[in-house]
Design a binder for this molecule. Structure first.
Ligand code: PLP
Length: 496
């Protein structure tokens, strides 16, 4: 049976999976969610012997049910290939009493590659299925990692163009260099004077602008989104939690049916929502531990039931989590409201007008598997230093936030359930913060010297993604005000 997708803000807006992938965001501003969450149709025992590709097919076919077997297997094969530096795709590294799920072995060495390697294939397949012959224009706001992963996924894909906006002073040196050196005739990268939320709000407004949409339509273009609001990003992210469970079975850490906890360094709430969907598919997941940095809106939300973005935005050492409005939380709110689009729309309206909303006690009850924690910049640096000193394993700052939160949780709750920590970026991507955390004396060196030091100290090879940008020329150097985003889009498409 086909699983259909509904907007979280309008129960009457129903589309197929491939249409939801093509659209990204619903016209009413809502996000597409599956009408129900399908169960896994393979036994838990069987997961122990399944490859990443097999697991991906078993999970994704349940949701993307209007793609044929051939189409889906083609997308999976093209996405998870030699772009990844290990045939395992997602290795599970045991260290320090936890299991680090290494989601950073793809082309841009951050977990966004897990979904953005496959999204272009899902999208171009969806365009064919729906007789869409207009050119697809991917508009993306990035806190650093999505931008490069999306550029890398869509560069030179026929029938698509991609425009990425990033906060000029809100990303790491390596993140910026990765983006501004992007090749491909269909790519464009622009810095915004503002923070990630400004960039994200700007992109959402462009999507919601009917007049602009019609102008584009006439010119032969349609917008879509590579942000984690696209269901085509969420579904591929469910896969690795199911895969992780299989690995823990294989190593006899767990017996089939026993729970694992999941710890996720969280920003836009996409990654941890995928773990929640995995649980709802029948995967034995215990607690979903949501780790934040000092922008701890989500921690406060899980503690109090009130989501309140009215606070100072803090630039931290984990920039991909510097977010005050977590878009994907809307999908959880919708579900906690009993799949009630009207109730959800009302809360989102409150968020837009006052910057805050409070959920009911019944909704909180339905979210009780989640718990929040946060780590300050200092705690994050200490965690990188501690784990390195004690085990030799080097964490990136995002993963270190999760690791720090996990150890605090474990101690406070006395919960010894095996825990999978989503390791969302390679330490090479944030070499400066990482090396300074290990030894303050490294502060003097330049970024690439630090990268070479990191390689020596960790005994790991410098990833290809870093070698590629070492001497690459800057191809995109434009910086604009956030009010100029619409104009920039038109110029890029040649319709200004
Ligand atoms: C995007 C990102 C996150 C946050 O993930 P969400 O799905 O937005 O919650 C965490 N760490 C890294 C390295 C990222 O790139």
């Amino acid at each position: 049976m086909n699983v259909m997708f509904r907007s979280t803000r309008n129960a009457g807006n129903v589309v197929t999976a491939s249409q939801a992938v093509l659209k990204g965001l619903a016209e009413d501003g809502g996000l597409y969610v599956p009408e129900y969450i399908p169960g896994l149709d393979v036994s838990l025992e069987a997961l122990a012997d399944m490859t990443y590709h097999e697991t991906a097919y078993a999970v994704m076919k349940q949701f993307l049910s209007d793609y044929t077997e051939e189409e889906l297997k083609y997308c999976i094969r093209c996405a998870y290939d030699e772009k990844f530096d290990t045939p395992e795709i997602v290795p599970v590294h045991e260290a320090d009493g936890a299991y680090y799920l290494e989601l950073f072995h793809g082309a841009t060495i951050a977990f966004k590659d897990m979904a953005l390697s496959i999204l272009p294939y899902l999208m171009t397949t969806a365009a064919k299925k729906n007789q869409e012959d207009r050119e697809i224009v991917i508009l993306t706001a990035t806190s650093g990692d999505t931008g490069k992963a999306a550029l890398s996924g869509f560069a030179d894909v026929p029938g698509t163009r991609i425009l990425v906006f990033y906060p000029k002073d809100g990303v790491s040196a390596v993140q910026e260099k990765q983006m501004v050196t992007q090749k491909g005739d269909n790519t464009c990268v622009i810095g915004i004077r503002g923070n990630f939320d400004d960039a994200q709000t700007g992109v959402k407004n462009l999507f919601g602008d009917k007049a602009l949409g019609e102008e584009l339509h006439r010119a032969g273009f349609r917008f879509s989104s590579a942000n984690s609001i696209n269901i085509g990003r969420l579904v591929p992210q469910i896969v690795y939690y199911v895969y992780a469970y299989g690995r823990l079975l294989k190593r006899r850490v767990l017996k089939a049916g026993e729970p694992m906890n999941v710890v996720v360094p969280t920003g836009n709430f996409g990654n941890i929502l995928a773990a929640f969907y995995a649980k709802n598919m029948g995967l034995p997941v215990g607690r979903l531990i949501c780790a934040s940095n000092e922008n701890k809106v989500l921690y406060d939300f899980f503690e109090s039931g009130t989501y309140d973005r009215n606070r100072e935005f803090v630039l931290t050492t984990s920039p991909s989590m510097d977010i005050l409005v977590s878009s994907n939380l809307e999908r959880l709110i919708y579900r906690a409201a009993g799949d009630d689009a009207e109730k959800n729309a009302q809360l989102m309206q409150e968020l837009a007008s006052t910057g805050a909303y409070t959920v009911t006690p019944q909704m909180r009850e339905r979210m009780k598997d989640f718990c929040g924690g946060f780590a300050t910049r200092e705690q994050t640096a200490q965690e990188i230093g501690r784990v390195y000193q004690e085990t030799g394993y080097v964490l990136d700052p995002h993963t270190a936030v999760a690791s720090s939160v996990y150890h605090a949780y474990r101690e406070a709750q006395n919960d010894t359930t095996p825990a999978v920590i989503a390791a969302t970026a390679s330490p090479y991507k944030f070499a400066r913060s990482v090396m300074e955390a290990i030894d303050g004396a490294y502060g003097q060196m330049d970024d690439f010297a630090l990268i070479d030091e990191l390689s020596k100290l960790s005994g790991t090879a410098v990833p290809r993604a870093i070698e590629e940008i070492r001497n690459a020329p800057v191809l995109h150097d434009r910086v604009i005000e956030k009010e100029e985003m619409e104009q920039a889009v038109k110029e890029f498409l040649g319709i200004a």
